[in-house]
Design a binder for this molecule. Structure first.
Ligand code: SF4
Length: 80
């Protein structure tokens, strides 16, 4: 990854927070992480990064890993 590809992370709402908050265990923790993402200005870039890099764990772009898999399946279904 080049520096410019990761520039969005400078504006991340989660910057400075404990990363463990985004590698969630359970629905309550997921809701808290997703709430932070909901106020993040770089949510779309974060989600794109997670999808492009096949990141399997954690909340990225406001979606849990399960939600990202479902989102990607919908994208693929729409594209075909
Ligand atoms: S969308 Fe969520 S995980 Fe991604 S940078 Fe923003 S706050 Fe962090």
């Amino acid at each position: 990854m080049t520096e410019s590809e990761n520039d969005w992370s400078e504006q991340a709402r989660c910057r400075g927070l404990d990363p463990d908050q985004f590698f969630v265990r359970g629905a309550a923790q997921a809701r808290r992480a997703i709430a932070v993402c909901g106020r993040c200005d770089v949510k779309e870039q974060c989600l794109r990064y997670a999808l492009d890099n096949a990141i399997d764990f954690g909340v990225w772009g406001g979606l849990t890993e399960r939600q990202r898999r479902a989102y990607q399946r919908r994208l693929l279904a729409t594209a075909s």
